[in-house]
Write a protein that binds this ligand. Structure first.
Ligand code: 13P
Ligand code: SF4
Length: 305
């Protein structure tokens, strides 16, 4: 049954010249029909390169907006209109303007998990895999980092030469776990290495054997000689690694490590979106797009190589 739907998706995709980009947090049946799977940085790079007439982003809204910002001539589709990132809504333009007035002369660095509107007010975007490299390459020494405080704290440790101010945002999925959750998982799996995403609380990050973006965590696990891993990010990564590396064992840091927004998109949503019976086409006014594009272009320029 799943294979039948996947076959129909592959046929529709070819017929309609659609490129499917999927974030690593999507379910495995979606990754199997995608043209590219990656973290936020890889998805933005790939969006800038694709030649297809239409791009479908299986992920959350800010990821689809990034594609539209980079590819205005393409139709950009989000299979589930309600798939947003709660962190992207935590700071609005007015709050950011107040922060900028409080910290004059600071470079405003936005995690890519922000709205297009907010990006229009920032100097550069970053992702979890590119943040430290980009911030080190900025000429400014004073940085206002929005909105994820946990990622900001992680970057502060990696860039001690910079003065980094953080604000109160966080990912509700990653920030909910504590050192007690780590201790419980470690005592259940004493031989496992702990791999965590930098959106986790610093007390969780400080216990990790490896800290990285979604694709960096997956690469580390693939290449490691260790056989057991506790995964401190969305549980879809436990599923993907378990299938890909059948000789290794993967345990979730918690069974509750679920991003409800990422999991809204189902294989059926992808089918309906391609079929014209579901999903949403991203539209954006040209003024917002051009203003937001500056900080994404700068991210790609400073984050590559
Ligand atoms: P990555 O860039 O690591 O894929 O992170 C995206 C995200 O939303 C993590 O919660
Ligand atoms: Fe947003 Fe967190 Fe979900 Fe990532 S895991 S999309 S940051 S809510």
């Amino acid at each position: 049954m799943i294979k039948d739907i996947q076959q129909q998706i592959l046929a529709l995709k070819k017929e309609k010249d659609v490129c499917i980009l999927a974030h690593c947090y999507q379910t495995h049946d979606i990754l199997e029909v995608a043209d590219y799977v990656g973290d936020s940085f890889g998805l933005a790079q790939r969006a800038a390169e694709t030649s297809a007439k239409t791009v479908m982003m299986c992920g959350v809204r800010f990821m689809a907006e990034t594609v539209k910002i980079l590819c205005p001539e393409k139709r950009v589709l989000l299979p589930e209109a309600d798939a947003g990132c709660p962190m992207a809504e935590q700071l609005d333009a007015e709050m950011l303007s107040q922060l900028k007035a409080k910290y004059p002369g600071y470079a405003v660095v936005a995690y890519i998990n922000t709205t297009a509107e907010l990006k229009t007010l920032c100097d550069v975007c970053v992702t979890s895999s590119s943040a430290a490299k980009i911030i080190k390459r900025l000429p400014e020494d004073k940085i206002l980092f929005i909105p994820d405080r946990n990622l900001g704290t992680f970057i502060k440790n990696q860039c001690p030469e910079k003065e980094i101010v953080t604000v109160r945002g966080c990912c509700p999925t990653h920030a909910q776990f504590t050192k007690a959750d780590v201790m419980k998982a470690k005592s259940a799996h004493p031989k496992a290495l702990l791999l965590v995403h930098p959106e986790c609380d610093p007390e969780v990050v400080s216990e990790a054997d490896f800290i990285g973006s979604t694709t960096e965590i997956m690469d580390f696990a693939r290449k490691s000689d260790n056989r057991e891993f506790i995964i401190g990010t969305e549980n879809s990564i436990v599923q993907h690694l378990g299938i890909e590396c059948i000789d290794k064992l993967f345990y979730p840091l918690s069974k509750d490590f679920v991003c409800r927004n990422m999991q809204l998109t189902k294989l059926a949503s992808v089918f309906h979106c391609l079929n014209g019976t579901g999903g949403e086409e991203i539209v954006m006014d040209e003024e917002t797009r051009l203003a937001a594009k500056k900080c994404i272009d700068r991210m790609l320029e400073l984050g590559n190589g």
